[in-house]
Ligand binder design. Structure first.
Ligand code: PNS
Length: 161
């Protein structure tokens, strides 16, 4: 089985993430989507909610496994026999930090990182920008899967109460 991991915070999953996961799913037998647990950062959604949204929005793909992980990503990979990390690159500005992480991860464990160029449609897209725009009343419905958009709008309304 050829395995790869798409890691991230996914708070929440966007159409940009989904595009990368769908493309990875065509290249590998099994694609693990690893949701990073960051105890020092309060998210908009809990890790369990993020996982549920990823599972719902990738239900049309038959080779996706969604899990949370804490600690080093390369330890997650080594424990599961995953030799490759797939990352979307949106713009040159992503490259510096992504290259550092890729080199560190390879040096630590031999796990490779493969960069996939993000679709130009999503090159400006990030979960944090989507949350900011939605919180200020902007329309982000075209940037998120329908179910995710509905949950985000709900969550923002709940937080206003
Ligand atoms: O969606 P994000 O927040 O840009 O994802 C970043 C993520 C989770 C992929 C990255 O921070 C990560 O791999 N964290 C796991 C901890 C780790 O291995 N850190 C060392 C990276 S060299």
């Amino acid at each position: 089985m050829r395995r790869a991991v798409c890691p991230g915070s996914f708070d929440p999953i966007t159409n940009g993430h989904l595009d990368i996961i769908e493309r990875a799913s065509k290249l590998y037998d099994v694609v693990h989507v690893a949701v990073a647990v960051n105890r020092s950062k309060q998210g908009m959604f809990s890790v369990e909610e993020r996982i549920a949204l990823i599972e719902e929005t990738t239900a049309h793909l038959d080779n996706i496994q969604v899990e949370s992980h804490s600690g080093l990503l390369v330890d997650y990979c080594t424990a599961r026999g995953i030799p490759a990390i797939i990352k979307g690159l949106r713009a040159v500005s992503d490259f510096d930090y992504e290259l550092q992480m890729a080199q560190m991860n390879h040096g630590l464990s031999g796990v490779e990182t493969l960069f996939v160029p993000t679709s130009p449609t999503y090159s400006f897209l990030s979960s944090s920008l989507v949350k900011e725009v939605a919180s200020l009343g902007g329309d982000v419905s075209h940037l998120l899967p329908g179910v995710v958009h509905a949950r985000l709008v709900e969550r923002i309304a709940e937080r206003r109460k």
